[in-house]
Ligand binder design. Structure first.
Ligand code: F6P
Length: 326
């Protein structure tokens, strides 16, 4: 295996709070161990268009507290084509980059997997996504901050919901996973969480109306995971208006506000540990693994496993939302 002298770092896909803390940790750990570091702008797009800059220790000063990503990010169509990836590899070689650390979610890791199959480049992935939808890791960078952002928004909505005695459907992100919906419901004392993992099993709307609101409540908050197939919170509210016209229903879609903001301490620490672990992994000769965290311990997860694995939602936690909403 060729000796690694220079490590390239990029962030790709949806940004997540804590990405900057990860960039800082990767850069400083790499420099600490004697590697040169280059920042690749706009994710895989910057590899294709050759936007690569030298990174020094000072390049990552004063960023640990910032949301977003100083490297910018993009969803890159060109990189999904063999021609685009060939160009990316040529630019990588011209820049003298021997290994890559990529920070992002499933799209980013899918790109990394294909690139590593086609070209001889060691790649280490860091799970950077608010969705927490990767296998082999208990947490992803950005999830905790997004969860707190959602919780704070629901706390505010609660004031107006109870004043007006309304039923609020709050749509949260999560891609195809219900983690943000389920745990924000638990954290904010919401009356129910509608998550994609459960959708085919019950008529959730009928269930939650009959279970909770009819008995004792004159206002309620239902967290709904985004779902383009079912129409998410908007479609549910439409159904309520038709089937239960006695409820004064409203919809709030939190949208991209969930991706912004200063990362929580938990995300900064996670990103710092994972960033350092990425460099450690390269030093140990690892390639094509994602850094995971399981029971508080750093682990190396084959990228294919991180992508394949669909984590189960803990049904007891969903039940807990129901129990505590009576
Ligand atoms: O993966 C992060 C995420 O925010 C998802 O929760 C959401 O489905 C998607 O990205 C939105 O993507 P975009 O910013 O491209 O609209």
């Amino acid at each position: 295996m060729a000796t690694i002298k220079c490590i390239g770092i990029l962030t790709s896909g949806g940004d997540a709070p804590g990405m900057n803390a990860a960039i800082r940790a990767v850069t400083r750990s790499a420099i600490y161990h004697g590697y040169a570091v280059k920042g690749i702008m706009r994710g895989y797009k910057g590899l294709v268009t050759n936007e690569i800059v030298d990174f020094k220790s000072g390049s990552v000063s004063n960023i640990i507290q910032l949301g977003g990503t100083i490297l910018k990010t993009a969803r890159c169509k060109e990189f999904t084509t063999p021609e685009g990836r060939k160009l990316a590899y040529e630019n990588l070689q011209a820049a003298g980059i021997d290994a890559l650390v990529v920070i992002g979610g499933d799209g980013t890791l899918t790109g990394a997997k294909i690139f590593a199959e086609e070209f001889d480049v060691p790649i280490i992935g860091l799970p950077g996504t608010i969705d927490r939808d990767l296998g082999g890791t208990d947490h992803t960078i950005g999830y905790d901050t997004a969860l707190n952002t959602i919780m704070e928004s629901i706390d505010k909505l609660r004031d107006t919901a109870s004043s007006h005695e309304r039923l609020f459907f709050v749509e949260v992100m999560g891609h195809t996973a219900g983690y943000l919906a389920l745990y924000s419901a638990l954290a904010s004392g919401a009356e129910a969480a509608i998550i994609p993992e459960m959708e085919t099993e019950v008529d959730q709307l009928g269930e939650l109306i009959n279970h909770g609101f009819r008995k004792s409540k004159n206002s309620a908050i239902v967290i709904v995971a985004e779902n383009p197939e079912t129409g998410g919170a908007t479609a549910l509210a439409e159904r309520v208006k038709k089937e239960y016209p006695e409820y004064d229903a409203r919809v709030t879609i939190l949208g991209h506000i969930q991706r912004g903001g200063s990362p929580t301490a938990r995300d900064r620490i996670l990103a710092s540990r994972m960033g350092e672990a990425a460099i450690e992994a390269l030093r140990e000769g690892q390639r094509n693994v994602m850094i995971g965290i399981q029971n508080g311990q750093i682990s190396y997860v084959p990228i294919s496993k991180a992508l394949r694995h669909r984590k189960e939602i803990d049904r007891d936690h969903l039940e807990l939302v129901k129990i505590l909403s009576i």
